[in-house]
Design a protein around this ligand. Sequence first.
Ligand code: ADP
Ligand code: MG
Length: 234
Amino acid sequence: MAKHQIIDKARGEGRTVMTEIESKELLRQAGIRVIDTRLALSKEEASSISKQFGFPVVLKIASPDIVHKSDAGGVKLGLKTTKQVGKAYDDILLTVRQRHPQAMIQGVSVQKMARPGVEVIIGMSKDAQFGPVLMFGLGGILVEVLKDVSFRIVPLTKRDAGEMIREIKGYPLLEGYRGQEPVDVSNLEELLLKVSDFVEQNPEVKELDLNPIFAYSDGAVAVDARLILEDVGG
Ligand code: ADP
Ligand code: MG
């Protein structure tokens, strides 16, 4: 689907929250690497998509009403067989429907399981004074507990991107730590610049969250994305 179709569909449903699949598709079209992800409407479809991708895969609830998928019991990682995929599909729908009976559920997203990397996040929010601001940080508890993040105003310069990455306290983790592969930092800089371009070119985007991105020695891939549109217009 083309960008305007994806956005019009959400608008037509009176939504500003894009699902993970919709958000990833918009980012992918902007040249931002995301893990291959497709929507399944049945257990059988989830299995056949899994076989096409190759195991292991990840299943997640696809609902604009569920913002924190793991908290809702809506994420199953490392599924290795069609049997595990089928069970995960049922478990996810059962748990999410129990916990969120009002949620509109589109289906279940099937995606490739990314190999382990260093988890980083990129976010965008709009400041009343400065307009769009990008955030960079390490994923997981480092960002949640320690708030170890950096900010720059959009549009980013190449220099901004380099500084954003290097000024977080956890930067040494990106250079390789206890046998962990060092991350390709120049690739992360390019990624920040691509996200900055995307934000500039899409003023109807109000908020953006790539959380997490798996960073490697040879690139990076976003495994989760959330995009929120401005309330009016577009
Ligand atoms: P939430 O809505 O809870 O943020 P996520 O999609 O971020 O859900 O999934 C939760 C966690 O599961 C992520 O932080 C990441 O560690 C892991 N994860 C999610 N998708 C994948 C994937 N495709 N491959 C590997 N790990 C993943
Ligand atoms: Mg996430």
